[in-house]
Design a protein around this ligand. Structure first.
Ligand SMILES: [Zn+2]
Length: 270
């Protein structure tokens, strides 16, 4: 799945291989993949723009462009980006392409067709995508245990749902939330208000460990150039229902919380 580590790996690839280059033309193969503006405007505004920066905010990829424009991309569940020679056949499910200099093409690919792009001034993109509403970044150096306590401590709802709420905390997807809670030994159905100081400390450490290790391993997917990451999609409990917990041997259980599949160990997550 395309979660925060996978997005971070793509952003690092964009910084290395795409920043400083010029977009000659854009081609939209799936019109619904452009959230705004209208497709003809999207194509017209991108022509001739230079890519000046690549940043990540939560699971958004933000490409700064010349002409005071920002291109926002969201990979949703399985979307990805690939940089390839323009002559190379496009994979099926290519949604949008950006033709670059040196006869290369940046491609937005998603077998489910859910990935999305948006273009405008930084203010328009921030408003349109709700970037201004996002909570603190989970890997920001300033995001310490006290900050986690402030973000989740007084909110209603079960832990799992709070961790997925990007307005509470930016960066955790479904897989990484399940694995972080397992690392912390916390039941995803717990109310956040009941967490002790020690439990908050474990949760903070679990989130950090999950995300930093995912990034260090290059994510679970292929990067911008098609090189496979070494992180495992099924790590400890995610999509391992019925298999023994690697810590205590209890069969891993699955439930639904806030509409999302949630894997946990009934033996050692309390
Ligand atoms: Zn267990």
């Amino acid at each position: 799945m395309t979660e925060m580590p996978e997005v971070e790996i793509l952003v690092r690839g964009l910084r290395e291989h795409v920043v400083g280059r010029t977009i000659q033309t854009a081609e939209v193969l799936l019109p619904s993949a452009v959230r705004f503006p209208a497709v003809p405007e999207f194509i017209a505004q991108l022509a001739g723009c230079m890519v000046t920066s690549a940043e990540r905010r939560a699971k958004y990829i933000l490409l700064g462009l010349s002409d005071e424009l920002l291109l926002g991309l969201h990979m949703m569940l399985w979307g990805t980006l690939r940089l390839a020679p323009a002559v190379e056949a496009r994979p099926p499910h290519t949604l949008i392409t950006w033709r670059l200099d040196r006869d290369e093409e940046l491609r937005l690919i998603d077998q489910l067709g859910y990935a999305r792009a948006a273009l405008g001034t930084p203010e328009a993109v921030s408003q349109g995508l709700g970037l201004h509403l996002l909570g603190p970044e989970a890997l920001d150096p300033g995001f310490d245990v006290a900050a986690l306590a402030r973000q989740i401590g007084r909110r209603r709802g079960v832990l799992k749902s709070l961790l997925l709420n990007q307005r509470v905390l930016a960066g955790l997807g479904n897989r990484d939330a399940d694995e972080s809670l397992w690392l912390a030994g916390l039941d995803p159905r717990r109310s956040a208000a009941t967490l002790t100081e020690a439990e908050l400390t474990r949760l903070h450490a679990g989130i950090r460990e999950m995300l930093t290790e995912g990034i260090a391993q290059g994510g679970t997917q292929r990067d911008l150039l098609g090189r496979k990451g070494r992180a495992r999609h099924r790590r400890h409990i995610f999509e391992r229902t019925g298999l023994p917990c690697p810590r205590c041997g209890t069969a891993i259980a699955i439930t639904r919380l806030g509409g999302r599949r949630t894997h946990y160990c009934p033996g050692c997550q309390q």
